[in-house]
Design a protein around this ligand. Structure first.
Ligand code: HEM
Length: 720
């Protein structure tokens, strides 16, 4: 058996090295023949027809004709990044997985974040689940953790996956709408499948509008198994937590971004990595002893259920750092093939019927999508440890196998490759005892579809509840069938009566008169984004500084410096690219214009004073919209000197009760809007502004539009 080398952070990079191809100096055909002219085809005569013998034309054209491969049937739109994973301590007690044994070992990873519903070219910021797939290139082979940013799923059994995806994707007769669940077919299916209600609550929440792939959680969803060296197994659930905190867009912002910058999330990740702002995620596990399998009032094999963190705490076990962009999107991000079935010794499956179907589906689709049984030879998919077997031939075989034998057992090839004993990283399936009749039916333990949907609703803060109701108004408001809308209200009435009434109000169907199921009043605070501790940082946040010629240099530079000092990325936005000159003759570079950017591309905005600058900006309709959007989207805003006058022109400034009197005076911090006309306040403005940006959003800016019952966030959760 070939020795397995210890893996380090560079192992995958080295493994890719032989496949890197430089652009050469001179053009050749695929056969290496020099090509002196690639602009004119070979013709018979000056104006004559093109000749079939033009091998260069034929090759160039036929290769081009075959450049596209099928996109992923789901999760077609995505972005990939290299990085590494490092455990905090040895998990030897829990698992024999090699990459979880030694805190000094960095295991290379490739991660792909994705949306689910949209085509490959669809917009990034649509309302959708996000995929969070991690390939660990471990010493014992590739381990793929193919998760999502929502901890539960639509369905309980994989056999329904084609149905839910058909219902979700654009409707078959007219292929509309793109990358959106807001249509009849999706809600028709959901209204008939109550097991989806818990997932639907998450889908309608802010979870489906992540501010960044760098600021969202990831979940393994299914219950898996850890198995240690002694053969003892425990159930495990995986959680990724971003160290930048969890943050979301508001719906209006996400929709505008989909037009202004459809690549928003892809660009956000790419630029962060290029700047050296490497995103970090902590991996955590919930461990459930085998003897506790049945102690919950839900089935841990049911993927429509969470195990509330208050019941089983999440233990942080290590950190993933993403630090290298791919060199070629197609070769790496498009050709990478994740499979939940890719496990290493120490990690095993559970009998979750959703997971069980996934175990076959990914390999199957990848043979189709990548066109060959040999897709594992592709550089991005190759493990960093040795691979030896008798799988041979097939389309696009990349290896030149040596020797005479290709079967097992053999004596003529010295018996190689021999089987790998467990002691030499041979994978042994966990010996779970299983017996039963062959049946095609759902376990009774999977039959409660509403308790955790209610738990989720009860756990949200008032603004989160408001967003959810408005999301339902949008999604179901797009549904033409009244019967479908009515059925959905009936389903919501099992989750919470008030919720059902609020939703009914916006979608033109009668509200239910009484609760179908009584709300149990329990909650799990950990599921609310607003309940999570907000890291005290504005690192990597983008701040737009609106200015024109004649701006106040000392104000602008003081705020800019404070923002940069805190790790944020301030950018000057003006009418034209180039440079603008301050009142005292100093120049600053303009990074973006009102045409090439928009309020939605920034986390906060600042307007420095300077009489001439403000007079110019006042004449720009785009500028008022810029400020107004930031107000509407609950973002931190600062204005100093005459900049306050510009802020006052935004219609929504009334929402923050910032009247002229207050703003005329000294420092004022009002619902995330910081103003002062007094130059000596500039450092306090900077300080308050930084603090306001750490809050991400200032929900107190408006009164809730829908009259929500106050959340009774009882910290009691589903009993065991
Ligand atoms: C039975 C249920 C499911 C089936 C049959 C299924 C099937 C698929 C298929 C066929 C793909 C495309 C793979 C490719 O072309 O490489 C895919 C991608 C993906 N699925 Fe699922 N899926 C299921 C449920 C789930 C669940 C529950 C999750 C999350 C836990 C999930 C997460 C993902 C992710 C993240 C990707 C994208 C992987 C990438 O970035 O390449 N899927 N799924």
């Amino acid at each position: 058996m070939t020795e397995r080398n210890q893996v380090n952070e560079q192992s995958k990079d080295k493994n890719l090295e032989p496949f890197r191809k430089e652009v050469g100096e001179h053009l050749t055909s695929n056969e290496g023949i020099g090509i002196p002219n690639t602009d004119d085809s070979l013709k018979a005569g000056d104006r004559g027809p093109t000749l079939l013998e033009d091998f260069h034309l034929r090759e160039k054209m036929t290769h081009f004709d075959r450049e596209r491969i099928p996109e992923r049937v789901v999760h077609a739109r995505g972005t990939g990044i290299h990085g590494y994973f490092q455990p905090y301590e040895s998990l030897v007690d829990l698992t024999k997985a090699k990459f979880l044994q030694d805190p000094s070992v960095k295991t290379p990873v490739f991660v792909r974040f994705s949306t689910v519903a949209g085509f490959r070219g669809s917009a990034d910021t649509v309302r959708d689940v996000r995929g969070f797939a991690v390939k660990f290139y471990t010493e014992d082979g590739n381990y793929d953790m193919v998760g999502n940013n929502i901890p539960v799923f639509f369905i309980q059994d994989g056999i329904k996956f084609p149905d839910v995806v058909h219902a979700l994707k654009p409707e078959p007769h007219n292929e509309m709408p793109q990358a959106a669940a807001a249509h009849d077919n999706f809600w028709d299916f959901i209204s008939l499948v109550p097991e989806s209600m818990h997932m639907i609550m998450w889908i309608l929440s802010d979870r489906t509008l992540p501010r960044s792939y760098r600021m969202m959680q990831g979940f393994g969803v299914h219950t898996f198994r850890f198995v240690n060296e002694q053969g003892k197994a425990r159930f495990v659930k995986f959680h990724w937590k971003p160290l930048l905190g969890v943050h979301s867009f508001v719906w209006d912002e996400a929709q505008k971004l989909a037009g202004k910058d459809p690549d928003y999330h892809r660009r956000d990740m790419w630029e962060a990595i290029e700047k050296g702002d490497y995103p970090e995620y902590e991996l955590g596990v919930q461990i459930i002893e085998e003897e506790d399998e049945f102690k919950f009032d839900f089935d841990i094999l049911d993927a429509t259920k969470i195990i509330p963190e208050e019941l089983v705490p999440v233990r942080p076990i290590g950190k993933m750092v993403l630090n290298r962009n791919p060199e070629n999107f197609f070769a790496e991000t498009e050709q990478v093939a994740f499979q939940p079935s890719h496990v290493v010794p120490g990690i095993d499956y559970s009998n979750d019927p959703l997971l069980q179907a996934r175990l076959m589906s990914y390999h199957d689709t990848q043979e189709h999508r990548l066109g060959s049984a040999n897709f594992e030879h592709l550089p991005i998919n190759r493990p960093v440890c040795p691979v030896h077997n008798n799988q041979r031939d097939g389309f696009m075989q990349m290896n030149i196998y040596q020797g005479k034998t290709n079967y097992y057992p053999n004596s003529l090839g010295g018996g190689c490759p021999m089987t790998s004993p467990e002691a030499m990283a041979g994978y042994a399936h966990y010996m779970e005892k299983v017996e039963g009749h062959k049946i095609r039916q759902r376990s009774k333990s999977f039959s409660d579809h509403f308790t955790q949907a209610t738990l989720f609703w009860n756990s949200l803060s008032a603004p989160e509840k408001e967003h959810l109701v408005k999301a339902a108004h949008f999604e179901l408001g797009k549904v033409e069938s009244k019967e479908v809308r009515q059925r959905m209200v009936e389903n919501f009435n099992h989750v919470d009566h008030e919720l059902a009434k609020l939703i009914a109000m916006g979608i033109g169907v009668p509200a239910p008169t009484h609760a179908a199921t009584q709300n149990h009043g329990q909650s799990s605070p950990a599921v609310s984004i607003e309940n999570m501790p907000k890291p005290n940082t504005i690192k990597t946040r983008r701040i737009g500084i609106l200015a024109a010629d004649g701006f106040d240099y000392s104000q602008l530079s003081a705020i800019k410096q404070a923002l940069e000092g805190a790790g944020a990325l301030p950018e000057v936005v003006s009418k034209f690219k180039g440079k603008i000159k301050s009142a005292d003759g100093q120049e600053v570079e303009v990074s973006k214009t009102f045409l090439t950017s928009a309020s939605v591309m920034f986390d906060a905005i600042y307007v420095p004073g300077g009489k001439q600058s403000i007079e110019t900006l006042k004449k720009e309709a785009d500028v008022i919209e810029f400020i107004n959007d930031a107000l509407k989207h609950y973002k931190a805003i600062a204005a100093t000197g005459e900049g306050v006058d510009l802020l006052m022109m935004a219609p929504d400034v009334k929402l923050i009760g910032l009247d002229k009197q207050q703003s005329n005076g000294h420092l004022s911090s009002q619902k995330g809007v910081i103003t002062s006309r007094n130059p000596s306040d500039i450092n306090s403005v900077a300080q308050d502004f930084v603090q306001a940006i750490t809050m991400h959003r200032h929900w107190t800016r408006t009164q809730p539009e829908v009259n929500l019952p106050q959340s009774e966030a009882k910290v009691k959760i589903v009993s065991t």
